[in-house]
Design a protein. Sequence first.
Length: 219
Amino acid sequence: MSGRPVYSIGAVAQMLGIPPATLRTWEERYGLLAPERSSGGHRVYSRDQVEQPRFVKAQLDSGMSPADAHRLLAERVAAGSVSLGAPEAAETRLLILLAERDPHAAGLAEYFLRTEGYEVVAALDAAEAARKFDELIPSMIVIDLLISPGSGLELCRQLKQRSGALVLAISTLETSDQALEAGADGFLQKPLDPLQLVSAVKDLLGASAFLRPSSARPQ
């Protein structure tokens, strides 16, 4: 999984507005929407795999039956195309909090996210990250699991319990299982590819650098 983001089933459900139980039913009944399994047995979806349930949902919204939607998906998969395109942009800027132990890495991540139009605030230890989270109420927090040192999992757990905020966990170690168990919505292994980071942020937020005012913060 190194080098590309993976998402929990709960994160995919939130992205697409599909209950996790429905995603599991589609996987078991039709066999196409099968995520990977982590070493700990968690369902983890790659970015490409998210496009498949997104495609099925679009067909259902247009009035197609589940069986027909999955049949059409199978045809598209065989043809090598299921992408529905990027989400639409809108008016309100999104704020991302970076909890990153390495100032250089934080600066690079901040630069690339700002280039995409996001507002970004960095924190270099867990206590500062928790304080800024309460003060700023960001749309999303990106947490280095080795921050402060090794306090990232607990920070992730606390913020999810307190607010249900979107969390993207990052680490030099392959700790996706621990991250998902702590409540993270996605995991990305370092060293970070800027394009993968931006893609993961867009996927989880369900928008590019902007969000409609009526949906200003994920609940």
